[in-house]
Design a protein around this ligand. Structure first.
Ligand code: MSP
Length: 609
């Protein structure tokens, strides 16, 4: 086949070899294409569908309907350096969404992992004086440890150095090759190692600096294999027109559409200069481009333990993904390259790619390359996982950028979690202990009959659900807090303490009011669980439930009426301790701790890239 290289003055790309010379359709490879689900990307020829090793559609119809899992992914994080708050942000958001979907009784597969190949990782390993694999083990472990501290309940953790992943990548590559979408060409251009991407000169700053990493790009000339992205231009355009929800928030869809409209250029999917990677099938001198490799981690992660590794096996365990959560900097890879790769391989496309904004410090993207990171471990150590999770999800409108400030962190967390929610629970339980021996005298359904407060809570909790469904995590937090605020107002207006003082019928009304507020607290605990799982458990236990009962809760339990007469509450104990601001002088102590920690990290070979 004649080379189909793009002749670009920017990138100097020239075809050098026809496909047949590097192994194409004639290599005997036969792909087993899956039945397409959700956004079908490529119409599968009926001849392909009828292959003997595939189930026929009639057989497929006989089987009980398969419950489609909700598959959510975070990016696979580079292991050039330990995680920072920027990487933690995506993972916290993904965890909150996964927890909400589990509450909705969906079968959730939450995938995260580490991206371990490529030039950037190889040079980080060299700087740390370790072999690439030792280096990757150390940093990948650091990610898992942080996820534990942040209560991230992932289902699958994929490492791109896993041999099972490698098998999937090779099979996928061969499938794309077999489809005639890979060819060989010379490439010359400016490469940003931090982005692991060739850049267009017109998008660079002075001195050919990458606008994201503020470091000069290097000129490279390579003999590579290319993926025929340009071939998919029209299909991508049509796909986005038919599936406008594929890219969220909506303003990012416009961005993607304009990239595509401006013309798609084939991109190189192998490196001859990089050893640390997966070898290209049929050419041991080249390794697979780190992005082509890593994106496939979303599929290989689905392989069941002990299952024979293979593309088809992985795909049938849950592909396509329901939601890829990513930062806006890697939108092009996920919303342009990835769908085209999937189309080429005859696989279904994910349902949605959500590109969130950046956590910034002084307006600059917080990142390892600029060295302006915030240490999530320090934050968790000082304030606890719930506070960290709550602050970032509440403070940053999901999709937009958000700046971190410690004062704001402390103010928000104290005002919302310690005061509005924690204090309300504490003072209600205090009154119940004093006046009702910590026992509920009424079912909450009976206590709230005809009471508009109940309607307010019901409406608000429905809003919370709506916001979670729409990935508006900050608004979900806000609506939960509105329940707390309404509860505080109710308490102040009704002043049950004076009803108890008066005795008789007033005392009965006051006892009902306490049940009503505690029912609202129970609903708050469930509604906030995706964001602050530990706090929710503490609230539930204060309300006299066991851990097992808490673990069995679903979203349907947010319905009014869960608190029953006779239920005994635990002794009132603050569920969320107020954070005290640092006193003068403490800052130096903390800075010293951070410095000492950096030294230890360095001696352990972890590089702050
Ligand atoms: N390895 C690739 C992803 C491959 S996915 C198949 C990668 N890794 S990364 O470690 O550089 O970035 C991972 C994610 O962290 C990206 O979504 C990126 O946007 C996010 N963040 C890194 N710094 C960030 C902030 N300061 N704020 C928010 N998220 C940011 O890209």
């Amino acid at each position: 086949m004649a080379g189909r290289a793009l002749l670009s003055s920017q990138n100097g790309l020239y075809a050098v070899a026809p496909l047949s010379s590097i192994g194409g359709r004639s290599n005997g490879f036969t792909a087993s294409l899956p039945l397409l689900r959700r956004c079908p990307a490529a119409p599968i020829p009926s001849s392909t569908r009828c292959r003997s090793h595939l189930r026929t559609e009639a057989e497929e119809l006989k089987k009980p309907p398969k419950v489609e899992p909700f598959v959510i992914t975070t990016p696979l994080y580079y292991v050039n350096a330990p995680p920072h708050m920027g990487s933690a942000y995506t993972t916290i958001a993904a965890d909150a969404i996964a927890r909400f979907q589990r509450l909705q009784e969906k079968k959730v597969i939450f995938i995260t992992g580490t991206d371990e190949h490529g030039e950037k990782i190889a040079s980080a390993a060299e700087t740390s004086g370790k072999s690439p694999s030792e280096h990757c083990d150390t940093v990948s472990h650091a990610f898992r440890m942080l996820w534990k501290e942040l209560d991230i309940a992932y289902d699958k953790f994929i490492r791109t150095t896993d041999s099972r992943h490698e098998a999937v990548v090779k099979e996928f590559y061969s499938r794309v090759l077999n489809n005639g979408d890979i060819y060989r060409a010379d490439y010359e251009g400016l490469y940003c190692v931090n982005c692991e991407e060739y850049k267009d000169e017109k998008e660079l700053l002075e001195n050919n600096c990458c606008p994201m990493h503020l470091k000069p790009c290097v000129r490279r000339k390579e003999d590579n294999y290319f993926f025929s992205l340009s071939k998919y231009q029209r299909r991508l355009e049509e796909f986005l027109l038919q599936n406008p929800d594929f890219v969220k928030p909506p303003f990012r869809l416009n961005e993607v559409q304009s990239w595509i409209k401006s013309g798609l250029r084939d991109f190189s999917i192998s490196r001859s200069s990089v050893d640390w990677g997966i070898t290209v099938p049929n050419d041991s001198r080249q390794t697979v481009y780190v992005w082509f490799d890593a994106l496939l981690g979303y599929i290989s992660a689905l392989l069941e333990d002990g299952e024979k590794p293979g593309l088809q096996q992985a795909v049938s365990s849950g592909w396509p993904a329901s939601l890829h959560l990513i930062g806006k900097d890697i939108l092009r890879f996920h919303a342009v390259y990835w769908p085209a790769m999937l189309m080429s391989a005859g696989l279904s496309l994910p349902s949605m790619v959500f590109g969130h904004g950046f956590l910034t410090k002084d307006g600059m993207k917080m990142g390892k390359s600029l060295g302006n990171t915030l240490e999530p471990k320090d934050l968790v150590g000082r304030f606890g996982a719930d506070a960290v999770r709550y602050f970032f999800l509440r403070e940053v409108e999901f999709g937009n950028d958000g700046d971190y400030s410690e004062d704001r962190f402390i103010n928000i967390v104290n005002a919302h979690l310690a005061n509005t929610i924690g204090n309300l629970l504490n003072r209600t339980l205090g009154l119940l202990k004093k006046n009702c021996q910590s026992m509920l005298a009424f079912d909450s359904g009976i206590a709230a009959e005809g009471n508009p407060f109940k309607d307010t809570v019901e409406k608000l909790v429905e809003k919370v659900r709506y916001h979670y469904e729409n990935l508006s995590l900050s608004s979900a937090c806000e609506s939960v807090l509105d329940i707390g605020t309404a509860g505080n107002s109710y308490m102040d207006e009704r002043a049950p303490w004076s009803g108890f003082k008066q005795g008789g019928a007033s005392s009965e009304i006051a006892a009902k009011d306490l049940v009503i507020i505690l029912e609202a607290m129970r609903i708050i605990a469930i509604a906030l669980f995706p964001i602050t799982p530990r706090l929710s458990l503490r609230i539930y236990m204060q309300l006299g439930f066991s851990k097992d009962q808490f673990e069995a809760v679903t979203w349907s339990d947010t319905k009014w009426g869960g608190m029953k007469a006779g239920q005994i509450m635990a002794d009132p104990k603050p569920v969320f301790a107020r954070i005290e601001s640092r006193k003068e002088g403490e800052d130096e102590v903390v800075q010293k701790l951070v410095k000492d920690k950096k030294k230890t990290s360095r001696s352990q070979g972890l590089v702050q890239a």
